[in-house]
Unconditional design. Sequence first.
Length: 571
Amino acid sequence: MEKTTFTVADYLLTRLLQLNVTEVFQIPGDYVKHFTQTLEHFPGVNAVGCINELDAGYAADAYGRTRGLAAVSLQYGVSTFIALNGVAGSYVERSPVVVISATPGADMRRITKMYDVLYHHSTGNMAADQEVYKQVTVACETLSTSAGAAEKIDNLLIAAITHKRPVFIECYKEVWGEPCERPSSKPLQPLVFKSDPLALRNAVTTAWAQITAAKHPLIFAGVEVLRYGYADLLQKIIDASGFLYTTTTLGKTVLDEGGDKFIGTYSDAASIESVRDLVKASDCFLTLGTIITDDYLWFVENKYSKMVLATTDQIRAGYFIYKDVTMKDFMEALLELFKHTKGYPLQVTAPPQPVYPNPWAANSDPRWNNQPEVITYNRFFQYSMKFLKDNHLLDKIVMTFGVSSAEYVATNAYGLRQNTFLSSAAWQIIGYETGAASGAQLGSGKRAWTVAGDGAFMMVCQSLSTLVRNKLNAVIFVMSNGVYAIEQVYVNIDAFEPGPEHKFDTFDLLPGWDYLALAKAFGANGYRATTVSELNNVLAQIKDLKDVPALVEVVIPEKDLPDQMRRLGNE
């Protein structure tokens, strides 16, 4: 029978579709059934069934990073609590995700009050979900009626696209199916904030004095520039100033990686030598949209006073902090000064980028120098990046990384396209990369190219089934060494030394898995590479794979310690 009533669920889905959300990741549940049943038949929006809540949360996060907004539908309590880790990452790393749920309805609440009944999935506090999600969202709503629902939904979505962070909405069980007015055909727009004119002038004047006094200035770009759509503005500042620029790991691919101004990504001690040297020599950092984490403690301890910092939270020049100034207004004001001040642009040329096989050969564990067929972390990237470049695939892939040794090694990659390096570099989730693959591919329209540690993959291996179910030809490389290598680096790096007396801590040892059997069980194509020659052969086999994901076990020595991680561990 044709549906005739336009409901609260219809309203939210219509608004999402207007904002180019064409997929909603979901976990089923009885409380939220009115929403999920509407989603199942809603034209223009596909329901992406996920295997578990972390899978759904990581997928939604990656979709939000690539599409600009994402949505995930979850069951009350048992489902929302599991997904919290993924949503927290979205909050920290600025990915706008709409978390959709439902809660016991008015009838259930009356029965609880009368008879002291504890409903399933409830802690006894029916507001618990919203109270928890207030910690990792910029707006939360619980709708007890359809009256006023349209306005509240609009305000939530505006908050998400304005602040580039998650929001949370749950309805009483019955409310998702209640009648609602239809929305305007005009898509919602983010709020626009303007700076206080005097505060802006003071901030720019102080910053300009610091910038023009510098002899070796450097632009340090971060992820907020990408999330808020200021990449073109950043490029104009680079062009007008002539400054060299680098990025954080989280901000990697804020622009296409190319041209003579990009020196490579700065990932502290994991950076290539030329990047480390230029950062050390710089006497002024125009730091734009950068989230400074403890990965950059050396930078903060040594360069804090040299920073001109502009984020969505504040503007700082040296030790002076300016409120009521927006990052966009500040960047635009600096651009005008660069364009119209005598002496600019500065004709500063970046050092030549490392040519293949560097930086990989220079950072590979020297123990394997005489064994060229042994796959190491660096050799994996040496040959896989060459494969992508030689086959003109860099335009067609999006990379995903959780926190792992592979992530830090991967920061040395050069030549990636804008917004194609998605990493959990600030929240640092082990396992993010595999769950993110489906969202990254669906959101970007590019093939997910995922590199996971074996411990990380084990945490969310079921995400492979989500890729199979949705016929996504993503590639999941599992760096198989049988240990939590990155954990061991920071616990006791001496364990990587040769000899039986140097042992890994028991808690960092992993069980052995048959990855080929696992791939077959999930319906994916499975491959195994134990040598460089086998790796090259596998890369050729997966190149044109369609409608099915590939799981590739990349066997590396247990004690392979890339120099990037050695420097970080010793630091």
